[in-house]
Design a protein around this ligand. Structure first.
Ligand SMILES: C[S@@+](CC[C@H](N)C(=O)[O-])C[C@H]1O[C@@H](n2cnc3c(N)ncnc32)[C@H](O)[C@@H]1O
Length: 193
């Protein structure tokens, strides 16, 4: 793996791993194939809780399968809903504002799935705004963006513009490969206090 180009999905995990503790509450805003949900489960351990959203049953089924296979399905609440509804849904599950340590957004479409079902600018921005209110002091949010397809390009531009307007206590950082055309990019948002 060491001679392969760095992947934004791997980098996102590396930025979250050091700040997530056992027992933390965390969110996967786009469950997809379940890889990030599984990673989050492994970080929070048996005493923690992962809330994973996806609008596609096919994605939640894949996520359930991978969690079962790894013996951590008890730690996860799978939510068949748009991440736009994250704040109200988590409130109903007694998860209040500023109590979530990490939130992962891996935008775009389900790998090997229907490419017409993809995250959309308006709902993504609404979800990001809500997600900010959930992050605890020292918490981090990762956004993997894919400008290589038309909807992804619009979404990436809108998300970057939105990040540029964030004020303290949030700090937004942007990572991308310089010598590729429309490479996937990673944004990390920290809540610094
Ligand atoms: C790139 S995939 C996520 C990959 C996943 N994190 C993984 O580890 O495999 C994007 C996912 O976002 C989901 N999605 C699209 N719009 C959504 C929305 N409004 N709310 C929640 N999930 C959404 C898609 O169904 C798709 O499964």
């Amino acid at each position: 793996m060491k001679n392969k180009p760095l992947r934004v999905t791997d980098l996102a995990r590396e930025f979250l791993r050091p700040i997530i503790n056992r027992g933390d509450r965390v969110v996967d805003a786009t469950a997809g194939t379940g890889q990030d949900t599984l990673f989050l489960c492994q970080c929070v351990g048996e005493t923690g809780r992962v809330f994973a959203f996806d609008i596609q049953m096919a994605a939640l089924q894949q996520t359930r399968d991978i969690l079962k296979k790894n013996g951590c399905d008890d730690q996860v609440t799978l939510i068949h809903q748009s991440h736009e509804l994250m704040v109200t849904t988590l409130k109903a599950a007694a998860v209040g504002e500023q109590t979530v340590k990490a939130i992962m957004f891996n935008l775009g479409y389900l790998p090997n799935g229907d490419q017409t079902i993809t995250t959309q600018v308006e709902s993504t921005l609404a979800a990001l705004q809500g997600a900010l209110s959930l992050l605890t002091s020292g918490g981090r949010m990762t956004l993997c963006l894919y400008p290589g397809h038309p909807e992804g390009m619009l979404e990436s531009q809108a998300v970057i513009r939105w990040c540029e307007t964030l004020e303290a206590p949030f700090a937004a950082h942007h990572f991308h490969t310089l010598n590729r055309e429309s490479p996937p990019t990673l944004i990390i948002i920290q809540r610094t206090r």
